[in-house]
Design a protein around this ligand. Structure first.
Ligand SMILES: [Zn+2]
Length: 147
């Protein structure tokens, strides 16, 4: 469970990927992995780790003179937050288009497509004729069309 619905920045996400892939890591290991990909200074990486600990995204375990970091949130939970965040930025009426673009731009396996087809099949049984715009007045073109 997510402790709070916090946002992980792009830079912090890079750190989380290392922690998720390795389960338990020291800052030294994180620095070694990200040094080549990102050209970040060790101090920058330590700052990012500190922020993630503060946010409750990382657990800290003190072992002798070093700290071992592990993930307090799963990659799946975090992915869900990101997905919801992306879709929360557009009008309800445009979400279908965003998802279509994502699918069009993504390489999918047969298994992925099978799952998507089944999901769409299930969705089609309860589809609405029109998705309702729930935007704040003045933030969406939908409303202008009604006037
Ligand atoms: Zn709208």
């Amino acid at each position: 469970m997510l402790p709070t619905l916090f946002k992980i920045t792009d830079a912090e996400w890079e750190i989380m990927r290392v922690v998720w892939a390795n389960e338990a890591v020291t800052s030294k290991e994180i620095i070694a992995i990200l040094k080549n990909k990102k050209q970040w200074k060790a101090a920058t990486i330590k700052t990012l780790i500190g922020r993630l600990v503060e946010k409750g995204a990382l657990h800290t375990l003190e072992e002798g003179r070093k700290f071992i970091y592990s993930a307090a949130i799963t990659q799946e939970e975090s992915m869900d937050v990101v997905t919801k965040d992306v879709l929360s930025r557009v009008c309800n009426k445009r979400k279908g288009h965003v998802i279509s673009t994502m699918i069009a731009d993504t390489t999918l396996s047969s298994a992925d497509i099978f799952t998507l087809k089944a999901l769409l099949e299930q969705k089609s049984t309860m589809a609405l004729n029109e998705v309702l715009c729930e935007c704040v007045s003045g933030q969406c073109e939908c409303e202008e069309q009604h006037h």
